[in-house]
Design a protein around this ligand. Structure first.
Ligand code: COA
Length: 416
């Protein structure tokens, strides 16, 4: 086993569903010893959700809990709490994403944790930070809606839209992981733990930063030239939905490719980057556009983006998305195929880098998962399967100093 970045860090993982587990999974991939605490009998709700094989942990669970150990503890029993106390004393970080107040209701207050282990970092995901909604339970799509993503996603003539990317859950998990490693680093100097909070609304808004940029531009100029509403449509008071228009200064759009009539993913994203405009004109067979006043400058083109992309699409429709990609890449024209999940699952390059991994599981057999998206040259990731419910209870309790008789007694009273 190679040395890992977080070797020696022990995490008391009280997370469930998606946001928290993505955070602790990343930490486990970076070498932390992650001990997942679950309720006896049922465990993390995702073990039983969206099951594709009866009686077997769902992929929802297995794909979010690799490289962890599972311990069952009923924290609402005195002996369960006693086990938890010892875990708090022997871990560096407690990570949780319970509903607001749940940890306090268990009796695990910040004061209690501080008394047991002043070096402990307590890291939480909540739906909202302090404010009117701080007591609300939150799932992914609520965060997308409250964080500004839904109101700015979709088409002008349609309703707000949530995205398939789990920016509220997995996005917040990333923020929390960064907060934890920063707090661990600060602790090397201060000797103290601290609280780390990553609210989901804030995480989504952070990813929607360019839309807050546009809100202020709109308020000042009453228009947004790179949006599809310009020049013919009307702008209201809030940033409108921009369809597939590029969020940056280089206009782009999703265009049909050969086969679009039957294949829902026969499309390409095409960016008319200013630097390669002459090449775009050449490839699509409009050399006259290079010098034509209406098209020659980026400013002039903003008035004609609709017709420009329709003309480019006439060309992309003559090629399949991979052929188009190959031709456009020869001219350094930024573009990307719309890849289906099926195509991504079969992509050899993603397998080679460990971003798509095949994992073997004792009751499920082989399945695909997304590996560590962060690559470190001196801290390689080896993805190992998710634990069965309570698989490591005896092992961990033994390490905490409980005797086999004590463990048996706790099991008999339903505390573990
Ligand atoms: N032993 C005993 N009780 C346990 C336990 C254990 N090992 N683990 C959990 N529980 C109890 C909790 O104490 C809580 O009890 P309480 O309501 O009496 O305080 C109860 O289980 C339910 O926990 P809760 O977090 O409220 O789960 P939920 O299923 O009702 O809500 C969420 C799920 C995700 C909505 C909620 O946890 C939440 O809002 N989390 C913060 C935001 C978040 O992370 N959302 C994204 C999830 S992907």
């Amino acid at each position: 086993m190679n040395e890992k970045a977080l070797d020696g860090v022990r995490i008391l993982d009280f997370t469930h569903v998606q946001s928290g587990p993505t955070c602790t999974q990343l930490l486990a991939w970076m070498g932390a010893d992650v001990i997942k605490v679950e309720r006896p009998g049922e465990g993390d709700a995702t073990r039983g959700q969206l099951r594709d094989i009866p009686g077997v942990d769902g992929l929802y669970f297995t794909m979010l809990n690799h490289n962890k150990r599972s311990v069952t503890i009923n924290t609402k029993t005195p002996s369960g709490l006693a086990v938890l106390d010892r875990l708090i004393q022997s871990c560096d970080v407690l990570v949780e994403n319970f509903a607001p107040g749940a940890l306090d209701r268990m009796g695990i207050t910040w004061e209690r944790i501080q008394a047991l282990n002043p070096r402990m970092i307590v890291a939480s995901v909540k739906g909202f930070g302090p404010g009117p909604y701080e007591d609300c339970k939150v799932y992914e799509n609520v965060a997308q809606c409250a964080g500004g993503a839904a109101s700015t996603t979709g088409f002008d003539d349609g309703p707000p839209l949530v995205t398939g990317a789990q920016i509220g859950d997995s996005g917040t998990g990333l923020n929390l992981a960064l907060g934890i490693v920063a707090a661990l680093y600060q602790r090397t100097r201060s000797g103290r733990g601290q609280k780390v909070l990553a609210p989901m609304q804030d995480a989504v808004l952070n990813l929607c930063r360019v839309k807050l940029r546009d809100q202020q531009r709109l308020a000042r100029t009453h228009t947004l030239h790179e949006y599809p509403q310009y020049p013919d449509g009307r702008f209201g008071e809030a940033v409108p939905r921009a369809g597939n228009a590029s969020g940056g200064g280089q206009p782009g759009s999703i265009l049909k490719c050969k086969g679009w009539e039957t294949d829902p993913n026969a499309y390409i994203y095409f960016i008319t980057q200013a630097a390669v405009w002459p090449a775009v004109c050449k490839v699509i067979g409009e050399p006259g556009w290079m010098d034509d006043e209406a098209y020659a400058t980026p400013q002039a083109r903003l008035l004609h983006l609709g017709p420009i992309f329709r003309r480019i699409e006439k060309w992309t429709m003559t090629k399949d998305k991979f052929e188009a990609m190959e031709i456009l890449n020869q001219y350094d024209i930024p573009c990307g195929p719309i890849l289906s999940m099926k195509e991504i699952a079969e992509e050899p390059a993603l397998r080679a880098t460990g971003t798509i991994v095949e994992v073997d599981h004792p009751t499920r057999g082989k399945y695909l998962s997304v590996g560590n998206p962060i690559k470190m040259s001196d801290s390689p990731t080896e993805v190992t399967r998710s634990p069965l419910l309570g698989e490591h209870t005896d092992e961990v309790l033994g390490q905490l100093g409980f005797s086999p008789d004590e463990v048996a007694a706790m099991r008999a009273e339903g505390a573990i």
